[in-house]
Design a protein around this ligand. Structure first.
Ligand SMILES: [Zn+2]
Length: 196
């Protein structure tokens, strides 16, 4: 058991939720006019170090029977627009709480994600996303153990080395994502930059 490559997906890079752009219902519905029957539009954008890396325009239509939101953004180099159905619950304090129904699986969620290279905002499961803390606690331990057994590094030194590699990798992913969102080819930038 153990050892590099013995895990089921040891060589497949899995994105974490932190690698993605995300939209939460709170950013769209909290403190705004959410009366059934109302329609409105807005814009969401993301920045890194003051530079805009992504922008989504949306239109919300809160019809009582089938409320939905239309998202419009760049998805894999092309400008796309699609509807995401919404559902609502009635919280104890009154009013409505809105949820997204994932455009792929239909599951009710509070957050949708777009991973680097994907075209749509989907739920976490549909994109096989993990949380950083969850991935660290499982996969890193095996790699660290392997590293310290095959080199002269102590466990803590091996752990630091892994964290350093992850930091470089994360910066690279953010850079690739920004190229991709700005309309340049994702694969092109991936092959051009990935020479660690
Ligand atoms: Zn889904």
């Amino acid at each position: 058991m153990g050892g590099l490559g013995s895990g089921r997906q040891a060589y497949k890079y899995e994105y974490t939720v932190e690698d993605c752009l995300s939209i939460k219902t709170g950013s769209i519905f909290q403190g705004k006019c959410n009366m059934p029957g109302s329609c409105r539009s807005g814009t969401l954008y993301w920045t890194i170090d003051g530079q805009r890396i992504g922008l989504v325009q949306y239109g919300v239509c809160l019809k009582l029977k089938s409320p939905y939101i239309v998202l419009q953004h760049n998805g894999n180099k092309t400008k796309i627009s699609y509807s995401v159905f919404l559902s609502y619950t009635h919280p104890n304090f009154g009013g409505f709480r809105y949820w997204f129904n994932c455009p792929k699986c239909g599951k009710r969620v509070g957050k949708l994600y777009m991973a680097p290279g994907s075209k749509y905002f989907l739920c976490r499961q549909c994109q096989n996303l993990t949380y950083t803390s969850c991935r660290k606690s499982h996969s890193d331990d095996t790699i660290i153990k392997h590293m310290s057994s095959k080199t002269s590094l102590s466990w803590i030194e091996a752990k630091q080395a892994i964290l350093d590699i992850r930091k470089v990798y994360r910066a690279e992913i953010l850079e690739i994502r920004s190229h991709f969102i700005n309309g340049r080819g994702f694969l092109e930038s991936l092959t051009g930059k990935r020479q660690l």
